[in-house]
Design a protein around this ligand. Sequence first.
Ligand SMILES: N[C@@H](CCC(=O)N[C@@H](CS)C(=O)NCC(=O)O)C(=O)O
Length: 239
Amino acid sequence: MIDLYTAATPNGHKVSIALEELGLPYTLQVLKLSEGEQKLPGFLAINPNGRIPAIVDHAADGFAVFESGACLVYLAEKTGQLMPTDVKGRSRVMQWLMFQMGGVGPMMGQANVFFRYFPVKIPAAIERYQGECKRLFRVLDGHLAQHEFLAGDYSIADIANWAWVRTHRWSGVDIDDLPHLKRWRDAIRARPAVQRGIERPASTMDLSRDGDTAAQRFAEDARRLMETGQSLKAGGDQA
Ligand SMILES: N[C@@H](CCC(=O)N[C@@H](CS)C(=O)NCC(=O)O)C(=O)O
């Protein structure tokens, strides 16, 4: 049995989607980020960075893994699925996984901060992060013009990027002019395991939409966390 410490955020959903795809039994341990449960000593023993997601694998002597990308690689290697085992195939997956972990996630996270939560509107910062998101989306679109998935067959690289790309509206970045990215987004969204994964846990709002009262509450929550010196919840921060 695997314990998944998580919340309804893109990074959390990466791991619940992978667990659903793999059919591994797991229990959801949902942390209340706005109450700082991720900073309590019990959880810091699992993830010293005090952020979700993290997993504890009881079938492997309680082995703990933090960082969403590392969780995905661990689950893929444990099962021999969602990532090829040959050197080149594995490298292709790792390249697009690193692209998400070092690029898409942090840039969308900062776009969210400056576009949604930061008390002062700094146009140059908003443009910088939204522009960088758009540039990364174009890279994905260009690659997907020639390939069905990011790295051979459907893999953890698709899961990691998809969990963030689906929330592009929340970052204020449109993808209307990126047909291949939209085709890939829709194809992955149609997968039953993906639909189950984004419900574990379900978001109080749909991060792929905008403009309702739940969205306002969500932004206020994130803003308050930022102002009290804590990091943001739900893709607000990335490090
Ligand atoms: N690089 C980390 C980022 C984790 C992260 O930023 N998690 C956010 C939610 S998406 C979080 O736990 N925020 C609460 C906090 O910072 O206190 C990963 O990919 O796992």
